[in-house]
Ligand binder design. Structure first.
Ligand code: PLP
Length: 252
């Protein structure tokens, strides 16, 4: 069967029936950059904007089979990984990625919904760090996610944030973009932390607007830009611009 030559981003993520986060956000973001999406659904979630009512995990072999079929059918230029849910899902995704030539992979380590429901099993954090992070180009934790990945309590101290992010990168992880949205202040500052380089801040004015799925949007936008050939710093800057633009429009 013919392979599509159009550039695709492979989205490995969960669906959110409310449309506020997850796959719906990822697809809309990827298409805003003129790319097409293909999918590996990891979980189906039943959500309103206020609560997660139900989560059904897809079987790991079904997740892996979706990924393999997506690679067979399309020219995939980047991968965005969102909600994984379980150790078995992480192992399935990691084994398919490890069998492929390297390509840009952006991992949004989705641990919980903003309503507070856990979306990653407690025993899965170690597996995420050991098996999946080394296969990624960028991991985009917010401050609570950084704390959980690092096994420490939440901190908004910049020195501590850089220290924990460096430790994760040194443990075989890739670059980390630590999202400061959960810190205080009138600017939203994210920090790009890489081994052997100075941490690089990306700042934008903080907008007084609530929107779900901004984490999904940012990771998908960066994956799309990396797939289009941007270097990491440019991709992060353009990804942030995209989210800022969406938030500004929502406020209006
Ligand atoms: N539901 C799914 C399926 C997600 O992938 C995510 C985040 O990536 C969320 C919920 C959390 O989104 P929010 O923080 O907007 O609740």
């Amino acid at each position: 069967m013919a392979m599509s030559v159009e550039k695709h981003v492979l989205i490995v993520a969960g669906s959110d029936s409310s449309g506020g986060a997850g796959i719906a956000r990822d697809v809309e973001t990827v298409s805003a950059f003129g790319l097409r999406s293909c999918l590996a659904v990891t979980a189906v979630t039943v959500q309103t904007h206020h609560a997660v009512e139900r989560v059904e995990q897809m079987p790991p072999d079904l997740i892996a089979a979706q990924m393999r079929a997506a690679f067979a059918a399309n020219a995939i230029v980047a991968v965005k990984i969102g909600m994984l849910g379980t150790v078995d899902a992480i192992n399935a995704v990691a084994s398919v990625l490890a069998s492929r030539p390297p390509l840009p992979v952006v991992l949004d380590p989705v641990l919980a919904s903003s309503s507070g429901r856990a979306l990653l099993a407690a025993d899965a954090v170690a597996c995420l760090k050991r098996k999946l992070m080394p296969l990624c180009s960028l991991v985009t934790p917010n401050l609570p996610e950084l704390a959980l990945l690092s096994g420490v309590s939440l901190t908004t101290n910049e020195g501590e944030i850089i220290h924990h992010a460096r430790e994760l990168a040194e443990a075989g992880g890739p670059a980390l973009l630590v999202k400061g949205g959960h810190a205080d202040g009138d600017r939203s500052a994210d920090l790009l932390v890489r081994i052997g380089r100075q941490p690089l801040p990306f700042e934008a004015p903080r907008l007084d607007v609530q929107m779900r799925g901004t984490g999904c949007m940012l990771a998908s936008a960066i994956a799309a830009r990396l797939g289009l050939g941007d270097d990491l710093e440019t991709a992060v800057a353009r990804g942030k611009d995209h989210v800022f633009d969406k938030l500004s429009r929502a406020r209006r």
